[in-house]
Write a protein that binds this ligand. Structure first.
Ligand code: BGC
Length: 715
């Protein structure tokens, strides 16, 4: 590890090279000379490790007494060597020259070849600070302190009794979120068991929903396709223009879902709103097409009569809620999640609901595919990921959480039980994308952690006992968990949180005070983004955290100690969420055996990778948590290393990549698949042509290469 990477050694070599006369010395050999000089400068506190020319001269003068006689001679007669005769340069022996050349060559080779190759082996995903004065003995807390950004941990607490009481209380609450390596492993085992159960029967805790995505587009289609995305706070509409030569372009718009529609009395209210947005989008971005269609319809008197198929938009509907899918554009809602709650939608076909409202507006749009956002993420990631290995898993860690992965069709035994026949399932690929709906993993709480904050959050939610994994992992809930933990401390008279105990450290106002209308008192009012702000805060005295508490959360003039306590608990909540996320990822990797057979799914790209690309297990992720929460991926990786069957070796081979906006792009891509499948099924040789050979590997290879790489996004 010394050599070229050691700055002292580098300094020494440079110095030697800038004094060629020293190469004239007959003995000792160069390597010994360098080692001697290195040793001297390192042991002499007056000589800096990277000496400047001035300090070098001073140091040289100071050292002359102790130097060997021939070095003293050199220093005494600098002129002779500063202007040496040509003859003097001819003096080095061939051994010296050879040694120098060899050293230079080795230096060069190590820079060019060895270092880039070895780098990944030395690289640690997490770089804890070198000095970490963690004041606690619990490793979970210690890590939270040590991973905190540049900030001397514990320094914000004072030495008064109140300060120590606050520190102790914060540590006690943070420790409640500990999720040990043993917990992770138990979680993985149970997750794998529930995955198997869900593949075998309907109504299992984890739904394991078959998606029916199996057909292959050939890239020659022309026309406009659309995708809409309903899954959280926003509704997105986009259109994809196929140019017929495997290129396409994408246009999209976004609108916030009004809160009252999320809990509307009837499905109609929500779906009519969605259809209206589609109409607005068409008028804004495809007005000619829209006007032509409406005029034609008026002339003919019916929506589709006389309309050529290519004049109708085929729409991919990303609907990111648990749906029992029974065909590529058919599926009934199992339950609402993420704050939506419209009773009469349960059990209804959501594609039909949307189509009805689209038809009511006479729009030239056919709902052609029903897509979960995780499936879209998987498709989009597989399309963009480097290397020839296909993506195994698409996962969302955002407002909600869920994953979709590539499963062997033979393992989806419940397909037969629900009577899905050859006409519904194209088995020629031997694989199918499964939407796990892992948000409901372990609803019965056999392995999930269950703090008092988790319990009360669930009890007061609109779906108690449901989505228990999601309620501990996703952005919709983490802010609320933190809020409950903080309120618990605020209400405890023995804990001086936000108590004005430290007002001398406040630089905003003088008195710490929680306003009556502070969002801290309201359910769901603490946004998960606050966890990111606090966990990432490296400002002096945690000023960012204090200012956010003051401006957004009605806590005027919180002290630095308050912020220190808040940050520790926020980091603990976030870290537990990341470690739970690792449980899901690890279980999918282990249950599919992809560490043993990573190349089952192929794509055509061939970018360079740090590990042998044949060994990569690719995971596409999206969502605000994984994108913005500090160290989320690193915490996941740390937990993956602790999983039996994955370990350090396996974790290194897991590649996690963001598939930004995968749900929108993916849905548009699946709309193409669906359109092609529909056309194929109406042609005589349809079914055999649809899938092509080569498993889902072939599916992705052909599908993705056919679509070519020409995505242009306009917002
Ligand atoms: C839904 C899933 C969705 C996930 C991420 C969950 O609440 O049940 O269908 O994929 O959120 O958006």
């Amino acid at each position: 590890m010394c050599g070229p990477k050691d700055p002292k050694a580098r300094g020494t070599k440079l110095e030697a090279a800038s004094h060629p006369a020293r190469l004239l010395l007959p003995s000792p050999p160069l390597s010994v000379t360098l080692a001697t000089r290195h040793h001297r400068s390192a042991s002499d506190p007056t000589v800096p490790s990277r000496p400047t020319s001035l300090s070098r001269a001073a140091a040289r003068r100071g050292r002359e007494d102790e130097e060997l006689p021939f070095l003293q001679a050199l220093h005494a007669k600098p002129a002779r060597f500063l202007f040496p005769s040509l003859k003097a340069y001819e003096l080095p022996s061939s051994t010296t020259l050879l040694t120098t050349a060899l050293l230079l060559f080795l230096l060069f080779a190590s820079q060019l070849i060895l270092i880039p190759r070895l780098a990944p082996y030395f690289r640690q995903p997490i770089q804890p600070p070198l000095f970490c004065p963690a004041p606690v003995s619990n490793p979970f807390l210690q890590q939270l302190y040590c991973r905190a950004p540049d900030h001397r941990v514990g320094t914000l607490y004072g030495s008064s009794q109140n300060s120590m009481a606050l520190a102790a209380a914060a540590e006690r609450v943070a420790a409640e979120f500990e999720y040990s390596a043993q917990d992770v492993n138990r979680g993985v085992q149970e997750f794998m068991r529930e995955m198997d159960e869900g593949l075998g029967k309907q109504g299992a805790t984890m739904s394991q929903i078959p998606t029916y995505v199996t057909a292959v587009p050939n890239g020659t289609e022309k026309g406009l396709y659309m995708a809409v995305d309903l899954g959280g706070t926003n509704f997105r509409v986009c259109s994809i223009q196929l140019h017929g030569n495997s290129t396409f372009s994408l246009t999209q718009s976004k609108v916030k879902i009004p809160q009252e529609l999320m809990v509307a009395k009837t499905s109609k209210e929500l779906f009519a709103f969605l259809a209206k947005q589609i109409e607005t989008f068409l008028k804004t971005h495809h007005n000619d097409h829209y006007v032509n269609h409406v005029e034609k319809r008026r002339r003919k008197g019916s929506l589709f009569e006389g309309t050529h198929d290519e004049e109708v938009f085929h729409l991919g509907f990303t609907f990111s809620f648990p749906v029992q899918q029974s065909g590529i554009n058919k599926g009934t809602l199992i339950r609402w999640t993420k704050g939506f709650d419209i009773k009469d939608t349960i059990g209804k076909d959501v594609c039909a609901l949307l189509q009805k409202e689209i038809d009511a507006l006479d729009l030239p749009v056919k709902v052609a595919a029903l897509v979960n956002d995780t499936v879209g993420t998987l498709m989009a990631r597989s399309y963009t990921s480097p290397g020839k290995t296909g993506t195994l898993l698409g996962a969302i860690f955002g407002t909600g959480t869920n994953g979709a992965y590539v499963e062997k069709l033979a393992r989806v035994t419940k397909l037969k039980k629900v009577g899905a026949g050859k006409q519904d399932v194209d088995d020629s690929t031997g694989e199918m994308i499964i939407n796990t709906e892992w948000g409901s993993f372990d609803n019965h709480l056999s392995v999930l952690p269950n703090t008092p904050y988790d319990k009360s959050l669930d009890a007061e939610s609109n779906n108690p006992g449901i989505q228990m994994f999601e309620k501990r992992v996703s952005g919709m809930f983490l802010g609320e968990i933190l809020r409950r933990a903080l309120v618990g401390l605020i209400k405890d008279p023995s804990v001086p949180l936000f108590s004005d105990e430290h007002s001398n450290q406040n630089d905003v106002h003088s008195t710490t005070n929680i306003h009556d209308n502070s969002p801290l008192w309201s359910q769901w009012a603490l946004d998960t983004s606050f966890l990111s702000i606090a966990s990432a805060d490296n400002t002096a005295g945690l000023k960012n955290t204090r200012q956010t508490l003051d401006s957004d959360y009605g806590v005027s003039a919180p002290s630095a100690e308050d912020a220190e306590a808040v940050r520790l608990i926020a980091s603990a909540v976030g870290k537990r969420a990341a470690r739970l996320s690792a449980v899901a990822i690890a279980a999918v990797i282990l249950s599919t055996g992809k560490l043993q057979h990573p190349t089952d799914i192929a794509t055509t790209n061939n970018a360079t990778l740090e590990v042998n690309e044949d060994e990569v297990v690719d995971v596409g992720v999206d969502g605000s948590l994984v994108e913005f929460y500090p160290n989320f991926e690193e915490f996941i990786r740390e937990a993956l290393r602790e999983v039996e069957g994955i370990g350090k070796e396996g974790e290194r081979r897991v590649r996690i990549g963001i598939a930004k906006d995968g749900s929108g792009v993916g849905a548009a891509l699946i709309a193409l698949v669906a359109d092609r499948a529909m056309r194929a099924s109406s042609s005589p040789n349809a079914s055999s042509a649809a899938a092509g050979a080569g498993g889902l590997a072939g599916f992705f290879t052909q599908f993705l290469s056919d679509l070519n790489r020409n995505l242009r996004v306009r917002v």
